[in-house]
Design a binder for this molecule. Structure first.
Ligand SMILES: N=c1c2ncn([C@@H]3O[C@H](COP(=O)(O)OP(=O)(O)OP(=O)(O)O)[C@@H](O)[C@H]3O)c2ncn1[C@@H]1O[C@H](COP(=O)(O)O)[C@@H](O)[C@H]1O
Length: 228
């Protein structure tokens, strides 16, 4: 990375947006030249704390380190995007992302959306990763009255039972030729499958990797092999 491309402000700082590999934005912090150099040299994020006026290696005391995958600068060089793999949680309050559960627009002040626009604007991976992040957040920071927490408390057998039930309900919906019912029951099924992935600490990215690998000629039990 060419350091000359980065424009530090009058205080010698540049804002750094930290993003998990799956696309979720985790936090915003500031770097000076020294912390950026440290980040590049060690492969773990290091920031400059404006309140303490000192370098701050993320996760030094909590263990919630961020393994750096890529650092980019924006079109005018005054903002960094740091793509990482987060261990544990990113926020000091204990939430996975500093933006988790802090939606301004979930609480009455709805942003105008045209029908279907919200879904069309987001890829399948984004939607699944976002829901998975909520599920992991519940696992790490239990919330009273949360159904996800109810499932984790009951344990694996309950999660598996629900997957069986939701699969059966999807089958019935399909036999009924009822599109609305199919969408509803399959929504329940996919949600419970994500809870099962979280139970095993497997990320959706690993599942996508498995499917992608098969598309690219990787190993799986092929239909044509069974036929011959
Ligand atoms: N997508 C879902 C979702 N889909 C289905 N469900 C729950 O899954 C259950 C489906 O089971 P059933 O239809 O059989 O209903 P039930 O009879 O109440 O279930 P049981 O009594 O048999 O356990 C219901 O309790 C639903 O509320 C879900 N619960 C949560 N989510 C997502 O998870 C997020 C976090 O939810 P909480 O953990 O509850 O805060 C939510 O914002 C949603 O985005």
């Amino acid at each position: 990375m060419d350091m000359n491309k980065v424009k530090f402000d009058q205080n010698g700082l540049v804002p750094a947006i930290v993003q998990e590999e799956n696309g979720q934005v985790l936090m915003l912090a500031y770097m000076n030249k020294e912390s950026l150099e440290k980040t590049i040299a060690t492969g773990f994020t290091c920031f400059f704390s404006r309140s303490r006026q000192s370098l701050w290696k993320k996760g030094e005391t909590s263990g919630n380190v961020q393994r750096v995958k890529e650092i980019s600068y924006d079109c005018d060089g005054d903002t960094l995007l740091v793509r990482v793999h987060q261990t544990g949680v990113a926020c000091h309050t204990g939430t996975y992302s500093c933006f988790s559960g802090r939606s301004l627009t979930d609480t009455g002040a709805k942003v105008a959306v045209l029908e279907g626009e919200a879904a069309a604007d987001r890829s399948l991976a984004e939607v699944l990763n976002d829901l998975y992040a909520v599920i992991k957040d519940r696992q790490l920071n239990p919330v009273k009255g949360s159904y996800t927490n109810y499932l984790f408390e009951k344990g694996q057998d309950k999660i598996l039972k629900k997957i069986g039930e939701e699969a059966a309900e999807t089958i019935i919906a399909s036999k009924n030729m009822d599109k609305e019912e199919i969408l509803y029951e399959m929504g329940d099924l996919w949600y419970h499958c994500l809870v099962l992935l979280a139970f095993h600490n497997i990320s959706p990215d690993e599942l996508f990797g498995e499917l992608l690998n098969r598309r690219n000629g990787g190993k799986y039990h092929r239909f044509e092999d069974k036929e011959n």
